[in-house]
Design a protein around this ligand. Structure first.
Ligand code: SF4
Length: 313
C-alpha cells in the first residue's frame, strides 16, 4: 500500500485545498485517494528524444490541479475519464509495454503518493527505463524536491507569463511565479535534457525540457514566456514550442480561443525564440497532427497516430 498520509490534508499542489481525500472529500483536482488512470500505452506524439522508434510508455492520469478551460485533455481534467488501478496492476501494465523508451507519467502531481510507489516497485523489479514527470509547471518546490530524487526527466509546461491570462484560464494568477520558481528549481537540480538528439536516435535519459503551448490571439504571452525562460536559463535551455492547440468544447461555451493558431502567430513566436538565441527548440510545422488529438473513450488506443507511427496499422 502507498503511504496515503499526504491525501489526508491534501497539499500536493499549490492550490493546497487541505481536503481529506481518504474520507471522500474532493479538492480542485476532483480526485480521491485511489489511483485513477485513463490510458497506458506506447505513445509517439512526444518530442523525438523521448519517442525514438518504439514510443514513450505513457500513463495518462485522471484529473488535474490546473483545470485550464481549454485543456486539450479535457476528457481527463474535466470529465474525469479513467479507471481505478492499484499500484501492482499499474506496474504490471507498464512492464507489459513492448520496448518503450521511457515511462511517461502525464499530469502526475496529484497522485504522487501512489506514483512514488509505482516507480519504486518498477526499480525493485529491475526496470531501469528513465521515468518522465510530464507536469503542468504548477508544482510546489517542496514536492518537486521529493520527486527529483527518483524521477529522471522533467517536462514542465510554462503556460502563462501573464497573471491575468492565468487567472482567466485556470483561476489562479500565481501560476507564472509558481511555474518560474519550479522550473528554476528543476534545472538547478536536474540540468538540461540530455543527450539532446533532435533526430531521436539517441534516447534522452535525464534533465529538463520546458514546453509551451502557443494560444490563439496570445502571442504576447508566448513572447513573455520566452523572455523569462531566457532570463533565467539562457539560450541553451531545451524548449518545445507547440502549436497543436485545438478549440475544445468549453472554448465555444466561453467564446474564447475558438480557432487554431495562425501561421503568422506561430512564426512570430519562433522568430522571437531565434532572436533570443535559443538553439535547442522543438517545433511543430503545422497545427499538429490531428491523429494525436486524444479520445480517451478508447482507453486502449486514444491516439490514432500511434498506430501509424508504430506500423501496427
Ligand atoms: S492535489 Fe488536488 S486536492 Fe490536493 S491540493 Fe491540489 S487540487 Fe487540491
Amino acid at each position: 500500500m502507498p503511504d496515503l498520509t499526504p491525501y489526508r490534508h491534501c497539499e500536493l499542489c499549490p492550490r493546497r485545498c487541505g481536503v481529506d481525500r481518504t474520507a471522500g472529500q474532493r479538492g480542485f483536482c476532483g480526485e480521491g485517494a485511489e489511483l485513477r488512470i485513463a490510458s497506458i500505452g506506447a505513445h509517439f506524439g512526444e518530442e523525438p528524444p523521448l519517442v525514438g522508434h518504439d514510443g514513450s510508455g505513457t500513463v495518462f492520469l485522471t484529473g488535474c490541479p490546473c483545470g485550464c478551460f481549454f485543456c486539450q485533455n479535457y476528457q481527463l481534467s474535466a470529465e474525469h475519464l479513467g479507471e481505478t488501478s492499484s499500484v501492482e496492476e499499474t506496474v504490471r501494465r507498464i512492464r507489459e509495454l513492448p520496448g518503450v523508451r521511457n515511462i511517461n507519467l502525464v499530469t502526475p502531481d496529484h497522485f504522487w503518493p501512489h506514483l512514488k510507489q509505482v516507480i519504486q516497485q518498477l526499480r525493485v523489479e529491475g526496470c531501469d527505463l528513465p521515468v518522465v514527470w510530464n507536469c503542468s509547471g504548477y508544482s510546489r518546490v517542496e514536492l518537486l524536491a521529493q520527486q527529483a530524487e527518483i524521477v529522471d526527466i522533467f517536462l514542465p509546461d510554462f503556460k502563462y507569463a501573464s497573471p491575468e491570462l492565468a487567472k482567466r484560464c485556470m483561476g489562479r494568477e500565481d501560476y507564472p511565479a509558481v511555474a518560474r520558481e519550479a522550473i528554476r528549481f528543476l534545472v538547478d537540480r536536474k540540468g538540461f535534457l540530455r543527450p539532446f538528439d533532435v533526430t531521436g536516435e539517441m534516447a534522452a535519459n535525464r534533465g529538463v525540457l520546458v514546453r509551451h503551448l502557443v494560444l490563439p490571439g496570445e502571442v504576447a504571452n508566448s513572447l513573455a514566456v520566452l523572455d523569462q525562460l531566457y532570463e533565467d536559463h539562457g539560450p541553451r535551455l531545451p524548449i518545445s514550442v507547440m502549436r497543436q492547440f485545438r478549440p475544445m468544447p468549453e472554448c465555444f461555451r466561453r467564446s474564447q480561443f475558438t480557432r487554431l493558431v495562425t501561421d503568422e502567430e506561430y512564426r512570430a513566436v519562433l522568430e522571437h525564440a531565434a532572436e533570443l538565441g535559443f538553439t535547442r527548440v522543438f517545433t511543430q510545422p503545422d497545427c499538429g497532427d490531428e491523429n494525436f488529438v486524444p479520445d480517451f473513450r478508447h482507453a486502449d488506443a486514444p491516439f490514432r497516430g500511434n498506430f501509424k507511427a508504430s506500423g501496427e496499422r
